[in-house]
Structure formats: structure tokens, C-alpha cells
Ligand binder design. Structure first.
Ligand code: SF4
Ligand code: SF4
Length: 189
């Protein structure tokens, strides 16, 4: 899929909206491409991170919200670690996901958004990640109740997944963060 930047669409420049939400200024990127060379998923997407940034610098608008990198990015932070300008692409991706949802843009087919929502919901409820709840929500959402269940005994035996959620989390505080973020329409401050 080709992402086209057209004159009519560039009026609502996404670069500024991303800066507003994440506080990150992508204008400082000088296209060294170190992020794309190390990106975990660049072989599986049409636009690796540096290309996405370049398109934003050139004035891309909402048409960029259909980029498959937004939902394929696994938040590994390799790009962040390699970037000489310290650009935090994970926060940029979070901002882009918030904009996709806010603007009701077309989300590429697949279960990544569903996984993303299930993950955030478990963090909001339990204050930290809780794999068992996340797996249950994902299986219900995808109607894949029996898939991979044969691996569950060995996972439990090796204690890779906790039966109960973490007790150390400050749930009230985490829920407050979620509430505030919603009020701020995705902005974290
Ligand atoms: S590593 Fe940083 S400066 Fe280099 S292209 Fe990627 S985002 Fe831009
Ligand atoms: S955080 Fe996302 S964009 Fe950056 S290297 Fe990892 S997968 Fe690629």
C-alpha cells in the first residue's frame, strides 16, 4: 500500500498534533536512518520509522494514519536507543494510535488494535500488566478460545504467568492517569 501525500490533505499537518500529544519534535530528525536499520518490524511494514518521520516532515496529514507501522510497532524501543537525536518513537506511535482512534481513521485488518486495547484495559484495572486477564480478553475478542491452550500447563509450571494480579500496584493512581489522559484526549500531561 502506498501512502500518498496530497496538497489538499496537508492542511491538517500531523507533525504539530504529534508534538502536542507526545511533546516530541520530529523536525529534529535528520534522516540518518539508524532507527529503520535496527527496527524489529521494518521488514514487515511499508514505511519504516525514518520514512514515516520524513513524510510527516514533508507535511503529511491524516492519510498517514493508515500506515501499517502504527499498529505493527512492538514498542521495543530499539529505534529510541539508536537515535542520535533521542527521538522516542514509542511515544510517537502512542500519539499516532491515539489520533487514529480520535479521528476514527481506518485501522488495518488484524488483531493488533484489539490486543492493544485489552492490554491497556488490564493495566487500567489492575494497575500493572496481568497476563492471564490479557490472554482471556484477547481470546474472547478473537473467539480463539482453544488456540495454544496446550501450552498453558508448561507456562504455569514454569511460572511464566502469575495466577493472581500484582498486589504492589497503586491502582488508584494508575486509574487517575488513564482518566486524565482521556480528559486530555490522549495527552499525557
Ligand atoms: S535515528 Fe533518529 S535522527 Fe536518525 S532517522 Fe531515525 S529518528 Fe531520525
Ligand atoms: S519501537 Fe517500533 S518503530 Fe521502534 S524499533 Fe521497535 S518496532 Fe520499530
Amino acid at each position: 500500500m502506498t501512502i500518498r501525500i496530497t496538497k489538499g490533505q496537508t492542511g491538517k499537518n500531523l507533525l504539530n498534533q504529534i508534538r502536542e500529544i507526545s511533546g516530541i519534535d520530529l523536525a529534529v530528525c535528520y534522516q540518518c536512518k539508524k532507527c529503520s536499520c535496527g527496527c524489529t518490524v521494518s521488514a514487515h511494514v511499508q514505511s519504516p520509522p525514518s520514512e514515516l518521520i520524513r513524510r510527516l516532515q514533508l507535511g503529511a496529514g491524516d492519510e498517514l494514519l493508515t500506515s501499517d507501522l502504527i499498529w505493527t510497532c512492538v514498542s521495543c524501543e530499539t529505534c529510541f536507543a539508536r537515535c542520535p537525536m533521542g527521538i522516542d518513537m514509542v511515544s510517537v506511535m502512542d500519539a499516532l494510535r491515539a489520533l487514529v482512534i480520535q479521528k476514527k481513521a481506518v485501522i488495518p485488518e488484524g488483531n493488533v488494535p484489539l490486543f492493544n486495547n485489552a492490554f491497556l484495559k488490564t493495566v487500567e484495572i489492575f494497575g500493572r500488566t496481568y497476563d492471564l486477564a490479557l490472554m482471556t480478553a484477547y481470546k474472547i475478542g478473537t473467539s480463539s478460545y482453544m488456540r495454544d491452550t496446550d501450552k498453558l500447563p508448561i507456562i504455569m509450571q514454569k511460572k511464566k504467568i502469575a495466577l493472581l494480579p500484582s498486589l504492589g500496584a497503586n491502582r488508584k493512581r494508575v486509574r487517575r492517569i488513564f482518566r486524565k489522559t482521556r480528559q486530555n484526549k490522549g495527552r499525557l500531561s
